[in-house]
Write a protein that binds this ligand. Structure first.
Ligand code: RIB
Ligand code: CA
Length: 323
């Protein structure tokens, strides 16, 4: 059975790699893509999603414009990380078309009332917060909510304690986690504790180019800026590709492990956006999240390469040598 998936994203370089991965899987039916302001302003994210869909020859998939600003905080983009075009300054050709029959929140409300879907949220949670206000019942019909965001024991990436998606719109993240507590369900938090371990190293990128020159060159084109950013900011040789792990987790939950916990998002002050993970029951609240803490990195890259390069496991045997 294919898994119906809606991807809420802010493309964004790693969002784009996540889209490529999801679109390559025979086990995922991408029902639609909703765009939220985050890495890129929402119109830019919309344009970038279309560029990726065109590259993947999947312009059949609908894309919907969502929130152009956070619920309360001033909008702060991450173009310093993702480049002036939000796609690593690859400046891919613009893709026309895609009239807007409805806003993202209307699409989410409509589809979630009709189909059992997994929502993979890999940007700030503003669209999902709007959905709660617009159609709370539809939000509760989300079969599985996977959010790339937050951090438990790992340090922040845009403040000492906060990860960007939750820092960007902490009120939205707080609202979503509170709604999960109300529903008695758990959000799957794919945070920096696991995504920081997913580093697309130069040798892995070279390996991709060897196996599939065109796709490898495309990925190099959109990640070069991101490599430079990681070297300048963290003296890291490689780039952390956060978002694809959320897709991998939707495909195979065994790829990660973690703990159930009550999570609350701080909305203001120095700790704005911090995902406070109460793994020891101090708050005496039921768990509203499953917080991922371990990941099988090699298994991730095997899955990533197999999907994005369309290779069988036997064709990836060379991966054994470079691991
Ligand atoms: O903190 C990393 C997350 O913020 C990723 O989803 C990245 O694309 C940005 O949205
Ligand atoms: Ca993202």
């Amino acid at each position: 059975m294919k898994q119906n998936v809606i991807i809420d994203c802010d493309p964004g370089i790693d969002d784009s790699l996540a889209l490529m991965m999801a679109l390559s899987s025979k086990d995922i039916e991408v029902i639609g893509i909703t765009i939220v302001c985050g890495n890129s302003p929402v119109e830019m994210g919309f344009a970038n999603a279309k560029k990726i869909l065109k590259h993947m020859n999947r312009l059949d998939i609908p894309v919907y414009l969502g929130a152009d600003k956070p619920l309360k905080k001033e909008y702060v983009n991450a173009l310093d990380t993702h480049g002036a075009d939000g796609l690593g300054e690859s400046f891919l050709e613009e893709v026309s078309g895609y009239e807007q029959p409805m806003q993202a929140v209307e699409f989410l409300s409509d589809v979630l009332r009709k189909k059992a879907c997994t929502v993979i949220a890999i940007g700030p949670l503003t669209n999902l917060a709007h959905l709660i206000a617009y159609d709370e019942e539809a939000f509760h019909r989300i079969e599985k909510l996977i959010s790339m965001g937050g951090n438990y024991r790992s340090h922040g990436n845009c403040s000492p304690v906060a990860e960007y998606n939750y820092w960007e719109d902490p009120e939205a993240a707080s609202m979503v986690y509170a709604q999960m507590e109300k529903s008695g369900k758990k959000l799957y938090m794919v945070g920096l504790d696991v995504t920081r371990q997913i580093v697309l190293r130069p040798d892995l990128l070279s390996y991709m180019e060897r196996l599939e020159p065109l796709q490898g060159a495309f990925i190099r084109r959109i990640t070069k800026f991101y490599y430079d950013f990681h070297w300048e900011q963290e003296r890291l040789i490689g780039c952390v590709i956060n978002d694809p792990l959320a897709v991998a987790y939707a495909l195979d939950p065994q790829i990660c492990s973690g703990c159930e916990a009550y999570v609350q998002i701080e909305t203001d002050g120095l700790c704005r956006g911090q995902s406070v993970v109460d793994a020891h029951g101090f708050c005496k609240k039921e768990a509203n999240a499953y917080v991922l803490t371990e990941v099988d990195v090699k298994k991730f890259f095997s899955m990533f390469f197999a999907l994005v390069l369309h290779k069988s496991a036997s064709e990836l045997i060379a991966l054994e040598n470079i691991w």
